[in-house]
Design a protein around this ligand. Structure first.
Ligand code: F6P
Length: 364
């Protein structure tokens, strides 16, 4: 029989994504209804390292449901097990996890809700395993690459922006008889590119999971021209790479647990395709627009369900787990299962096969 919990903490960590506030709101409202006090921890794990936390009131979470970002702030650095206190040199990384445990104990936090992606959930699992900290994870990321759930919240909103961009570029591509390349986020998972490419009617979709040959991309475009179509849309995932080549790195963030920032492949593809086909090409990089958009209704509902269920797990004493979606149901999965390996697009999966059968080029 689980003990009655009186006070918990909640944090958001990793890159922000639409729906974080919806989870915080659901956590606070559900917890308060059950007599549980909620402390908001600021800027992810940094808040626990630096003792920056305070009780959240109903007023704090009022009106935040449609707002993107996170009222708690976030950080995609500050891993307590590998903390760069001089903010930069990986050689100086120290383990400050005991400091986190002290903050949790000092503030009488009996459980933690950690809202984050792969990196955050791996850190939560480490606290659960090494120190027995009662954690419950909530999966977020626009990349949709976390295991243990059919979908992460944030993905649907990013997808809407990407689809809107492709739709919008369609008109101008058609007017000027141009090639338009749209570079979307997703890191090493091509979910945003694949789904927005299908939803927006992309003619070529380039994914990290399917290395492309630029000649094949040009071939698809020439084929369209031969059949009377004078414009083409190429949806490029930021992690796409040519066969035998590598990803395009925009910058390195030394003190982040995932230091590579991708970006630039859209430009490269557009330049090369323009040269090979003789058709003028332009590029649009969507970047952080995909993260800052107001959460879609789907994401608001999913995030709310996740937050509500996280409190349910806490009341049942089911720790070391993450909430997830399986079909239509909210489930709980061990953090180990969720962080085991990233969920990426299957190159031979049904959506890729369907698109190929319908003439979409993948550069192969
Ligand atoms: O993981 C989410 C994500 O938006 C990726 O799609 C992207 O590669 C990365 O974060 C960008 O990170 P930053 O906000 O540090 O530039």
């Amino acid at each position: 029989m689980a003990q009655r919990v009186k006070r918990i903490g909640v944090l958001t960590a990793g890159g922000d994504c639409p729906g974080l506030n919806a989870v915080i709101r659901a956590v606070v409202r559900t917890a308060h209804k059950n007599g549980i006090e909620v402390y908001g921890i600021f800027d992810g794990y940094a808040g626990l390292i630096e003792k920056r936390l305070r009780p959240l009131t109903e007023t704090d979470v009022s009106g935040i449901l449609p707002k993107s970002g996170t009222i708690l702030g976030t950080s995609n650095r500050d891993n307590p097990f590998k903390y760069y206190d001089d903010k930069g040199d990986p050689a100086n990384a120290v383990d400050v996890s005991e400091q986190v445990v002290k903050t949790i104990e000092y503030n009488d936090l009996e459980a933690l809700v950690t809202i984050g992606g792969d990196g955050t959930q791996s850190i939560s699992m480490e606290f659960f395993k090494r120190y027995g900290i009662p954690v419950v994870g909530v999966p977020k990321t626009i990349d949709n690459d976390l295991g243990g759930t059919d979908i992460t919240f944030g993905f649907d909103s990013a997808l809407q922006i990407a689809t809107y961009a492709i739709d919008t570029l369609h008109a101008t591509a058609e007017a000027h008889h141009r090639i338009m390349a749209v570079e979307v986020m997703g890191r090493n998972a091509g979910w945003i590119a694949l789904h927005s490419g299908i939803a927006g009617g992309g003619d070529v979709i380039l994914l990290p999971e399917i290395p492309f040959k630029i000649e094949k991309v040009a071939e698809t475009i020439r084929h369209r021209i031969d059949s009377g179509k004078r414009f083409s849309l190429i949806v490029v995932s930021e992690g796409a790479k040519p066969e035998g080549g590598d990803v395009v790195v925009k910058k390195m963030v030394k003190d982040a647990s995932e230091p590579i920032r991708l970006g630039g492949i859209g430009n490269r593809v557009a330049e090369q395709v323009e040269e090979l086909t003789g058709i003028e090409a332009r590029v649009t990089v969507l970047g952080h627009l995909q993260r800052g958009v107001s959460p879609s209704p789907f994401d608001r509902i999913l995030a709310t369900r996740f937050g509500y269920y996280a409190i349910d797990l806490i009341m049942k004493g089911e720790f070391g787990h993450m909430v997830g979606l399986s079909g239509r149901d909210i489930v709980s999965v061990p953090l180990e299962e969720a962080t085991h390996r990233p969920r990426i697009v299957e190159p031979d999966g049904p959506l890729v096969r369907m698109s190929m059968d319908m003439g979409v080029g993948f550069g192969v």
